[in-house]
Design a protein around this ligand. Structure first.
Ligand SMILES: [Fe+2]
Length: 333
């Protein structure tokens, strides 16, 4: 089998948190998702037919701990397994109870960059009843997958190399952006028709990572623009913090806003990003993440200082890039 590109889709996200009350309000009342309470230590969000798109488990880290990847068939599954184990990276079979929590039939897991465990499965459970959610128009999933995640890293070439080795990720484009006086380069990788499933953000030429959490943000996509604007209003009314107001991205043209989750990473709700046409697409570099908008809201000097401290601390922390799967890293073209 030559390439697994197009057969891999972001399927679910696992979050560890102690803040079940805040997350329930955030998921159900603010973002407008369907919430299923499973046990005192586990809760799920749905947004389509899949039983689980977000698994929240009780625990102290306040972060995303794992990404679940849906692969289309057993050939793809076996090919990815062959690559991971072939590079000497251990793959673990996951207990049936853990698979059931994630709403999948069977899964395996292996280490990923930045401490993000990567989980792989072929069949998601569906058909667990009608959705009860404030979002009326539904979400875009299907071949595009659940959405995307953005990872900040000190080792962007290695993270790029990892997703190239494991999933045959393709570079969609770059964005150069200055945030708070610091120059970032962001690499956007796709594994299917979605413009990016993984974005990799790094400070130019400096080995610092200003973000405490393993992902800086995740993204889900609404079908109807109305559901984006009404959820934006609900987030404000309910008193959750907004990181960036509504704006439009330069590269995939998605209209979106960024709210701050109870665990501290950001949650982007977007509408109408372009779909990549493999026949004509050429990677480019865009200046700035936004054509318009995405204005920071309510960030205080205390937040800025906290970010600065996290960046300095990261200088002295090792970051696991799963070197065995990163190849020699991917140089920028
Ligand atoms: Fe995003």
């Amino acid at each position: 089998m030559s390439s697994v590109f197009g057969n891999v889709h972001l399927g679910y996200v696992v979050i560890e948190t102690e803040k079940f009350g805040d997350w329930r309000r955030f998921g159900r009342e603010a973002i407008g998702l369907h919430v299923d309470e499973l046990r005192s230590d586990a809760m799920r969000f749905r947004l389509d037919d899949n039983e689980c798109r977000f698994l929240l488990k009780r625990g102290p880290v306040e972060d995303v701990t794992a990404l679940g990847w849906h692969v289309d068939d057993h050939n793809t599954f076996d090919e990815i397994m062959r690559r991971v184990t072939g590079h000497g990276v251990p793959v673990a079979e996951v207990a049936a109870e853990e698979a059931a929590l994630r709403g999948v039939e069977r899964l395996v897991r292996f280490p990923g960059p930045n401490g993000l465990v990567q989980e792989l499965y072929t069949r998601a459970r569906t058909g667990c009843g009608p959705l009860q959610m404030a979002n009326h128009g539904g979400f875009v999933t299907g071949d595009s997958g659940l959405g995307h995640v953005a990872i900040t890293t000190k080792k962007p070439h290695q993270v790029h190399g990892y997703y190239d080795t494991v999933f045959d990720a393709r570079l969609s484009d770059y964005i150069d952006e200055t945030i708070g006086g610091v120059k970032f380069k962001i690499r956007f990788l796709r594994v299917n028709e979605r413009h990016h499933s993984v974005a990799i953000a790094a400070v130019n030429r400096l080995p610092i990572n200003p973000v405490r959490t393993r992902i800086q943000h995740l993204n889900i996509q609404v079908n109807d623009l109305d559901d984006m604007t009404t959820s934006y209003q609900r987030i404000k009314e309910l008193g959750f913090d907004m990181a960036l107001g509504v704006g439009q991205h330069t590269n995939d043209r998605e209209l979106s806003y960024y709210a701050i989750t109870p665990s501290g990473f950001e949650w982007e709700v977007g509408w109408n990003p372009l779909i990549v046409d493999e026949a004509t697409w050429e990677p480019t570099t865009h200046q700035g993440i936004s054509i318009w908008g995405h204005t920071p809201e309510g960030q205080t000097i205390i937040d800025k200082l906290a970010q600065f401290k996290t960046g300095i601390r990261s200088l002295f922390q090792a970051e696991d890039s799963v070197a065995a799967l990163a190849g020699s890293g991917i140089a920028d073209g």
